[in-house]
Design a protein around this ligand. Structure first.
Ligand code: KIV
Length: 272
């Protein structure tokens, strides 16, 4: 089958803009490896985020800060190999873009060349705008990320809701417009009041995708391990669990242990 004959349309930044313009909500989930990306993509997700949450979810770190550019490229290239339809966006990890715009571009080029991903995501507003512009000039789509930006956790000191005070809310509105004007194709808003997220989504032409930002935005994103209930320790109010894979997997593994120890596995049909 040639590429033109494939019956599904690949999701591009233009498709996402059309979705916002038509009022169709955008679905986004994280994935960090080939097998999960295959399932998530085949299920019809529009955007797959290779999030730096891989630092927590895959590597067991307390924050997103330790994950390296090489590790993000490894996760991203695994995901890209599993995807036919979704737009794959990759987080620029902490320390790979904050220094200056040249460093940001060099990191981005490594991600795009070595993983085959379609876009990058960066945390921050005015303070990273030069880097955003330089990356866009090189032809790489950029997704912004405001609100609770986990790479700044030691500045915030807490994972609590952001922008509840007027000053921070006004800065967020200002930064969201700067990111749109610079040319970002979409914006993630994390853990902010729903009314503020609504204001931003109405104020911007580009799609706004929320996590803990209420229903009045253009799409939703969750960490796939959280919504599948693989990780059963993380229970923020915004998280809806669609499965309890922690107990499904635990039960399956317990049964395997019983079968091996009881000499039930393998049986005569499972040998050569
Ligand atoms: O890294 C990540 O998973 C993210 C989402 C929470 C938006 O940035």
């Amino acid at each position: 089958m040639s590429t033109q004959q494939k019956e599904f349309k690949k999701v591009t930044t233009h498709v996402l803009q059309e979705m916002k313009d038509k009022g169709e909500k955008i679905s986004m989930l994280t994935a960090y490896d080939f097998s999960m990306a295959r399932i998530v993509d085949a299920a019809g997700i529009d955007v797959i985020l290779v999030g730096d949450s891989a630092s927590n979810v895959m590597a067991g770190h307390e924050t997103t800060l330790p994950i390296t550019l090489d590790q993000m490229i490894y996760h991203a290239s695994s995901v890209v190999r599993g995807v036919d339809r979704a737009l794959v966006t990759v987080d620029l990890p902490f320390g790979s873009y904050q220094g200056n715009s040249k460093e940001a571009l060099v990191s981005t080029i490594r991600i795009m060349k070595e993983s085959g991903a379609h876009a990058v995501k960066m945390e921050g507003g005015e303070e990273i705008i030069e880097s955003v512009k330089r990356i866009l000039t090189a032809g790489v789509p950029v997704m912004g990320h405001l609100g609770l930006t986990p790479q700044s956790i030691y500045k915030f000191g807490t994972y609590a809701v952001r922008a509840t005070e007027n000053e921070e809310a006004e800065k967020l509105i200002h930064d969201s417009k700067l990111l749109e004007d610079a040319g970002c194709f979409a914006l993630v808003l994390e853990k902010i009041p729903a009314d503020l997220a609504k204001r931003v989504a109405e104020n911007l032409r580009i799609p706004v995708i929320g996590i803990g930002a209420g229903p009045h935005v253009d799409g939703q994103v969750l960490v796939v391990h959280d919504m599948l209930g693989i990780n059963n320790e993380f229970k923020p109010r915004f998280l809806r669990k669609y499965a309890n894979l922690h107990s499904v997997m635990t039960d399956a593994i317990k049964q395997y242990v019983i079968d091996v120890k009881g000499r039930d596995f393998p049986n005569e049909k499972e040998l050569y």
